[in-house]
Design a protein around this ligand. Structure first.
Ligand code: GLN
Length: 451
């Protein structure tokens, strides 16, 4: 049924970069056989899933939506994809995204834009916009994404879905094509909180193949989603995430969610996190710096595209030609920004200061969590904006991540849950719930109470 649905609507939505009907059906039959052979499979066995095209899959091309990886077939599975196969989930295909996960609208894909199923003239969010659009358009019940600066929570919010950014290090980066390694976090998309929790639990946990993986038990997110009560919980409203630049309908639905939580027995207080105002600036130094280093591996020799290798050019010329043609404009912008920020003479002023700001943000969270169990805010300042509206204005685009980025810099857990439609445009609004590292279960508990 999901394959049929993809056939019907994906011409309009463009959520998928790769679908192979026969391969999917063969996977489904293999799960039936495992079950028939008496294998104990988990609660998601047989459930179809779409993977963001940034996770390697050994039987499907993986492009990170870049021309530079066109035609590359990975020799191995990412831990996230491998664990979900093991759990019996059936892969429907690979989803569109901003190239190398750089963006907030999926307009930076080398393979065309993805459209928001709520209004196809609008963006589905990004960078995991193919995944959010696929679930919102009923093309998949579940999807994976990655959240480096909001790329799961923001597309979930603007597509009316649940999306979670797990604690950094609790979901494996092995086989995830790297953007900013100290921030990249795989996470789930689903239509409700319990489904998201089941998926979260299925791929999380320690992985010796990821050097930053945390060796700790997965927080009890499924139990928390079932519990769904907030009585006695202390909830902090982040003062900094309101005011100028926020759409009135977004603030209205946010305010109503806070009142709902209060009526359910939570204690609500206002909390000030002054360093959050500088998070965006710090992120746009740290993330491009790490990207400039990570993307050095696309050298025309190791993967995918190779341009001008006709025997007349040096390796260096082939490399330059390939990178010039293989990377899109946003990726080049990040590489240039990052290289500049890391160069000697500028390193302390830019990268060094950004790291100091990162520590201040972490301290703001620590101070807040000394008094409250979770923090809440709108997930995004506005609902889904029209396609093209911000594509020529990087600063306006970056503002979509205003509320999500502090969590990435601190490495905490956060979740976005739908909290109604904005009255002025009828589009979904997301409530963001933030918790300390390894307290992901709290975000699910509050999310389930709100939905
Ligand atoms: N929009 C942000 C960026 O462009 C975040 C991306 C992400 O989380 N992958 O960097």
């Amino acid at each position: 049924a999901y394959l049929d649905r993809i056939g019907e609507v994906d011409g309009d939505i463009n959520a998928f970069l790769h679908v192979d009907r026969e391969a999917t059906l063969a996977q489904a039959r293999a799960v039936d056989e495992r079950r028939a052979a008496g294998e104990e499979l988990g609660p998601l066995a047989g459930v179809p899933i779409a993977h963001k095209d940034v996770f390697t899959t050994e039987d499907m091309p993986t492009t990170a939506a870049s021309k530079i990886l066109e035609g590359w077939l990975p020799p191995y599975d990412a831990t996230v994809t491998a664990r979900l196969r093991e759990a019996g989930l059936v892969i429907l295909g690979k989803t569109n995204m901003d190239e190398f996960a750089m963006g907030s609208s999926t307009e930076n894909s080398a393979y065309g834009v993805t459209r928001n199923p709520w209004d196809t003239s609008r963006i589905p969010g990004g960078s995991s916009g193919g995944s959010s659009a696929a679930v919102a358009a009923f093309e998949a019940p579940l999807a994976t994404g990655t959240d480096t600066g909001g790329s799961i929570r923001q597309p979930a919010a603007v597509c009316g879905l649940v999306g979670a950014k797990p604690t950094y290090g609790s979901s494996s980066r092995y086989g995830l094509i790297a953007f900013a390694s100290s921030l990249d976090t795989p996470g789930p998309f689903a239509r409700d909180v319990l489904d998201a929790a089941l998926l979260h639990e299925a791929f999380s946990g320690h992985d010796p193949r990821d050097s930053t993986s945390i060796d700790a038990p997965v927080p009890p997110v499924v139990d928390a989603a079932r519990r769904a009560d907030v009585a006695g919980l202390r909830i902090g409203v982040v003062k900094q995430f309101a005011g100028e630049g926020y759409q009135p309908g977004v603030l209205q639905r946010f305010q109503e969610s806070v009142e709902l939580l209060e009526s359910l027995g939570a204690k609500v207080v206002e909390v000030s996190c002054p360093s959050f105002d500088t998070a965006l600036a710090a992120y746009y130094l740290i993330a491009p710096s790490e990207a400039s280093s990570n993307l050095a591996r696309f050298d025309a020799m190791r993967y995918g595209l190779r341009v001008g290798d006709d025997g007349t050019r040096s390796a260096e010329e082939v490399m330059a030609l390939t990178r010039a043609q293989g990377f899109g404009p946003e990726v080049k912008r990040r590489i240039i920004l990052g290289t500049y920020a890391l160069s000697s003479g500028y390193y302390d002023a830019y990268y060094g200061s950004a790291q100091q700001v990162r520590t201040l943000i972490k301290r703001d969270f620590e101070a807040a969590f000394a008094n409250v169990d979770v923090l809440v805010s709108p997930t995004t300042p506005t609902t889904a904006f029209p396609l093209g509206e911000r594509s020529d204005d990087p600063m306006a685009m970056y503002l979509a991540d205003l509320c999500t980025i502090p969590t990435n810099l601190a490495g905490n857990a956060a979740l976005s849950v739908p909290c109604g439609l904005a009255p002025e445009d009828g589009l979904p609004v997301g409530l963001q719930i933030m918790a300390p590292a390894l307290a992901d279960d709290r975000t699910y508990r509050v999310g389930a109470a709100v939905e």
